[in-house]
Ligand binder design. Structure first.
Ligand code: TRP
Ligand code: SF4
Length: 404
């Protein structure tokens, strides 16, 4: 089994509930595009998570899943750089969720912000299911199955990463213990040799006594450099840094997407359920029509009435797409009524068209060859499964479930 470096790993997932729109592009996908060259990335389609809320109509999952991966590829997510896969093809996520469910207090899931709200919001669906309550725990399993040190998410998902951290901590506390842990850790330090051993001790002390995060980072780097150290000793000393036991499942950090509230065509957040989106594969004429039809400041009834960008749904889109000079042109032109609303929208229309044209062309090309997308998913899922299987082996062993 190969050693895993959690700090170099990023995991992120999207639910296959429809076509990607420009909100996803500016929020999630641009983030992924940057991350794929910096980290060992795992990006996946969370089809079981879609089912948690859409269990009554599962027939579209297949189409949505292929569409989603097609969109990723069309915007430039590179299967050579990142592992792209589908959750349900890696059953280890389910096994890990089950194992973790044994040690997860119900109250941790019941108090997740969003659990009660979403149930209220999606009143027409009966979400008093185990699956929906377990949604954050499935997400926990997604993350921990890859021992990913980082998770790319929107701010709305932060509470799920918090659950992940708590569950990982609890797991390590319960199963990372071994008789004589401290003695074994001290022995491992002695094996490092005098100089690195003393440095480790000093850094550990700095972290434990003064909370010095830099010392923690430096100590982790120091451990990674120890080429003669066994994997067991390394896990021990990673764990000893924080005091508990071996770190079997590392606690992940969130990498927040810069903007999780992309403005929609009505000024609300862009989302499929609000029917205010421009999809990544929107027909060009439809793009123009949708933007032309967008509501504007309601005080601007006639062309000569001055308007106020702050009261206009078009303005947040200019803030996304226009540079400072053009924003100035909008503010000034609107307030003095020297430009009309269609004049104001035109550069926006041009910007969106220019942004989406290459994406659409690429997506159409990919749609002509569905086997390409399918084989990318097949290969990615196999590679992901190898990694998840490695983790599950370690997990079963720590629990004592590896007997045969
Ligand atoms: N719950 C996430 C969302 O709705 C999707 C998701 C599932 C996810 N598993 C994940 C995101 C693991 C990051 C990591 O957006
Ligand atoms: Fe909105 Fe532009 Fe019209 Fe002003 S000119 S109301 S910012 S669309």
């Amino acid at each position: 089994m190969s050693a895993v470096d959690p700090q170099s790993r990023v995991l992120s997932g999207m639910r296959p509930t429809g076509q990607c729109h420009i909100g996803h592009y500016h929020g999630v996908l641009k983030n992924w595009l940057a991350l794929q060259h910096e980290y060992d990335c795992f990006f996946f389609v969370a089809d079981w998570h879609a089912m948690a809320t859409h269990y009554e109509d599962t027939q579209a999952l297949e189409t949505y899943t292929y569409n989603l991966v097609t969109d990723w590829l069309a915007v430039g997510i590179n299967p050579g750089a990142a592992t792209l896969f589908v959750q349900s093809r890696v059953p280890e996520h389910a096994e890990l969720q089950l194992l973790l469910s044994m040690i997860t207090p119900l109250s941790w899931l019941e108090r997740v912000p969003g659990y009660k709200d979403q149930q209220e919001k999606l009143r027409e669906k009966d979400l008093s299911t185990i699956g929906f309550l377990g949604y954050p725990l499935l997400q926990t399993a997604d993350i921990l199955a890859y021992r990913a040190g980082h998770v790319s998410i929107g701010a709305d998902q932060e509470s799920h990463v918090e659950v992940t951290r708590e569950v990982a901590r609890r797991f390590n506390h319960l199963y990372g213990r071994e008789p004589g842990f401290e003695e074994n850790a001290e022995m491992a330090i002695r094996k490092m040799g005098k100089k690195p051993g003393n440095l480790y001790k000093k850094l550990r002390k700095d972290y434990l006594e003064k909370g010095n995060e830099n010392a923690l980072e430096t100590a982790r780097a120091l451990l990674k450099e120890q080429s003669n150290m066994t994997l067991g000793d390394q896990e021990r000393l990673f764990g000893y840094l924080e005091g508990t036991g071996k770190v079997i499942l590392p606690e992940p950090q969130a990498i927040l997407t810069p903007k999780s509230r992309f403005p929609g065509l009505d000024g609300q957040k862009m989302s499929k359920s609000s029917n205010n989106t421009i999809s990544l594969r929107e027909d060009p004429d439809e793009i123009t029509t949708k933007l032309r039809k967008m509501p504007t400041d309601s005080a601007r009834i006639r062309r000569n009435d001055p308007g106020e960008p702050d009261k206009c749904p078009v303005w947040p889109l200019h803030q996304q797409y226009s540079d400072e000079a053009r924003q100035q042109w909008v503010r000034q032109g609107c307030r003095s009524a020297s430009i009309g609303c269609l004049d104001c929208k035109q550069p926006l229309i041009d910007a969106v068209q220019a942004e989406l044209e290459p994406i659409r062309i690429e997506a159409i090309e990919l749609e002509k060859n569905p086997d390409v997308v399918k084989s990318i998913i097949a290969e990615g899922s196999e590679a992901a499964r190898d990694e998840a299987q490695d983790t599950l082996r370690v997990v079963r062993e720590a629990i004592g479930l590896d007997y045969r």
